[in-house]
Design a protein around this ligand. Structure first.
Ligand SMILES: C[S@@+](CC[C@H](N)C(=O)[O-])C[C@H]1O[C@@H](n2cnc3c(N)ncnc32)[C@H](O)[C@@H]1O
Length: 119
């Protein structure tokens, strides 16, 4: 029987480099991707995650509402710009269907996105 160490591995390093490494190693496509590092790099994380996806892969992006700052076009914070560009990329890619869910919790008002890869 497979043990946990057969199915779980942790790669330590910067996320862009780790994703590039997985692509170079021709890793099997992932069923689920959870993006939750520095938001400024979200466009890179989406682009690289797509190279590790297949039809049916679900990509979740955390903290994509940011107390409404993402929808405020006057806000040019690098994290906000990263999330906005992430949505623009997702919306312009015909392989992707994306929605965002707004949440209210102990940390305040935020939300996450869900993207389904269809091709
Ligand atoms: C919002 S926290 C995510 C927490 C995580 N979802 C968890 O449950 O433990 C963001 C994390 O991304 C890490 N991070 C920030 N920039 C990164 C980068 N360029 N590459 C990899 N990790 C990064 C931070 O150190 C931090 O641990």
């Amino acid at each position: 029987a497979a043990g946990l160490s057969d199915v779980v591995s942790v790669i330590v390093g910067t996320a862009v480099r780790s994703l590039e490494q997985l692509i170079e190693e021709k890793a099997e496509p992932f069923d689920l991707v959870f993006i939750d590092a520095d938001k400024e790099s979200n466009p890179d994380y989406l682009r690289l995650s797509l190279a590790l996806s297949r039809p049916g892969t679900v990509i979740i992006g955390d903290n994509v509402v940011r107390k409404g700052r993402v929808g405020d076009l006057n806000n040019q914070d690098p994290d906000v710009l990263g999330v906005r560009k992430f949505f623009e990329q997702a919306a312009s890619d015909r392989r992707l269907d994306t929605t965002a869910v707004q949440t209210v919790g102990s940390k305040g008002w935020d939300g996450f996105s869900i993207t389904l890869v269809s091709a």
